[in-house]
Design a protein around this ligand. Structure first.
Ligand code: HAM
Length: 420
């Protein structure tokens, strides 16, 4: 056999059953707490004007400088496959004037995102997020609510190893003084040229440098928590108090910074220790200045993005069974042409009654059809031949025990519905 000529592009993969169903179930489970908290669903295009991300995410971020799939269209427009969802959702809010209605707006979304990253386990060039944004309020209750809803999503999937890291990077009230103090400290270190440049442009990002030698030299670096002004501190304390009241365990991580420039005040990340270096299964924070940066009015906001791919990997790391249903409950095995049309009608009725059902097709013999029944995952097979139909019955076989029973075709749908 020849090798296939085409493969999925590097850093991407296909989801085939049963992992396909598992991914659907993960997304559903992460979205369910948001839906039950009244968040409305929003869907934006997979690509946007490049400038939206350059400005929104930040010109000096890794995402914008190295990881965007950007191209010029045939019409001459510069567009980029979305690397994240917050800037697009805020663009949609402004464009549709949603912010002129009742606030806060609570929105959720789910979709594909694209980053030209170096592929490794848990880090892909095409990945999937379930996200949420609360726009139009500075209330710390929204920050806490989002963290609780994310934790509830992970819990619903059975995950027990997700840790919640919380920090604040302050607003304009606290950050300039902290930035200056951090810069002063970092300038005193012996750093390579690129890192030294980063100290001047975005010193907070240096805290996120994963190299052990850098981490070591950061041990004595000043902490934002020592620079918080009264209102940033009050905001942070309220978020933490609400989490505690909600029974959500979290860790204060004064060194937590995130790779997007729009954050102010609250930052949080959900990490799983079973994943190796790509341990963040989700993250988010407050972005009170983003709307203005992309040309809108002053409009505070807070949100998160949960990585569905990594959430599924975390479930596997914990040894949890793959979520999501595959297969059917009932499988019909017709013997002969007349039985085949009868079976077709039967599975149609079952499906319409909400019973997952399938049938053997292609005029397969009993042996092949029974194999297909086993593979279908069905609990019951309905075996029917011409003689059964003449007698007005079908044979219902319990595929686990092998027990078989003749059931009148008239009450068959009701009978099967009761069984499954
Ligand atoms: P982010 O931290 O860049 O935040 O991404 C959120 C999550 O998406 C990560 O924690 C991770 O689980 C997943 N993720 C990111 N990149 C990859 C990748 N290359 N492969 C697999 N999974 C990945 C944001 O995107 C912000 N928009 C979150 C946010 C919403 N902040 C406020 N609102």
């Amino acid at each position: 056999m020849n090798a296939p000529s085409f493969r999925a592009p590097r850093g991407t993969f296909d989801l085939v059953s049963p992992r396909g169903e598992a991914m659907l179930a993960v997304r559903d489970a992460l979205a369910a707490p948001l839906r039950s908290a009244g968040y409305g669903y929003v869907e934006t295009p997979s690509f946007e004007e490049t400038a939206l991300f350059a400005r929104g995410v930040g010109e000096s971020t890794d995402i914008v400088t190295k990881e965007m799939y950007s191209f010029t269209t045939r019409g001459g427009d510069d567009v980029t496959l979305r690397p994240e969802g917050t800037a697009p959702v805020l663009r949609a809010v402004l464009e549709n004037n949603l912010h002129r209605g009742a606030l806060p707006l609570k929105l959720w979304y789910s979709g594909s995102y694209y980053r030209y990253e170096r592929p490794q386990k848990g880090r892909y060039r095409h990945f999937s997020q379930v996200g949420a944004e609360v726009v139009g309020t500075e209330d710390p209750a929204s920050d806490a609510e989002l963290i609780v809803l994310a934790v509830d999503g992970y819990r619903a999937l059975g995950l027990t190893g997700v840790r919640v890291l919380v920090n604040t990077i302050g607003s304009n009230e606290s950050r300039p003084a902290y930035r200056a103090a951090l810069q002063e400290y970092l300038r005193g270190l012996d750093l390579d040229e690129e890192t030294a440049r980063r100290v001047e442009i975005n010193p907070l990002r240096v805290l996120d440098d994963k190299r052990p030698e850098i981490q070591k030299s950061l041990a004595e670096a000043p902490l934002i928590t020592d620079f918080l002004g009264p209102s940033d501190r009050a905001h942070h304390d309220t978020v933490r108090a609400l989490l505690t009241a909600a029974g959500v365990e979290f860790e204060d991580d004064p060194r937590l910074v995130r790779g997007l420039d729009y954050y102010t005040r609250t930052l949080f990340e959900f990490v799983h220790d079973g994943l190796g270096s790509q341990s963040a299964v989700g993250g988010g924070g407050r972005y009170d200045g983003l709307a203005e940066v992309i040309g809108g009015p002053s409009l505070p906001g807070v949100g998160f993005g949960l990585g569905a791919d990594r959430t599924l990997l975390a479930m596997e790391a914990e040894g949890l069974p793959l979520p999501g249903r595959t297969g059917v409950d009932v499988f019909a095995v017709p013997l002969g042409a007349e039985a085949a049309s009868w079976a077709f009608a039967l599975v149609t009725s079952l499906r319409r009654e909400g019973v997952a059902a399938d049938l053997a097709t292609g005029g397969r013999g009993l042996k092949g059809a029974m194999k297909a029944a086993d593979r279908s995952g069905a609990k019951y097979a309905v075996v029917v031949g011409e003689r059964d139909l003449d007698e007005g019955v079908a044979q219902v076989k319990d595929l686990a025990t092998g027990e078989q029973q003749a059931v009148s075709v008239n009450g068959l749908v009701t009978h099967l519905k009761r069984l499954v």
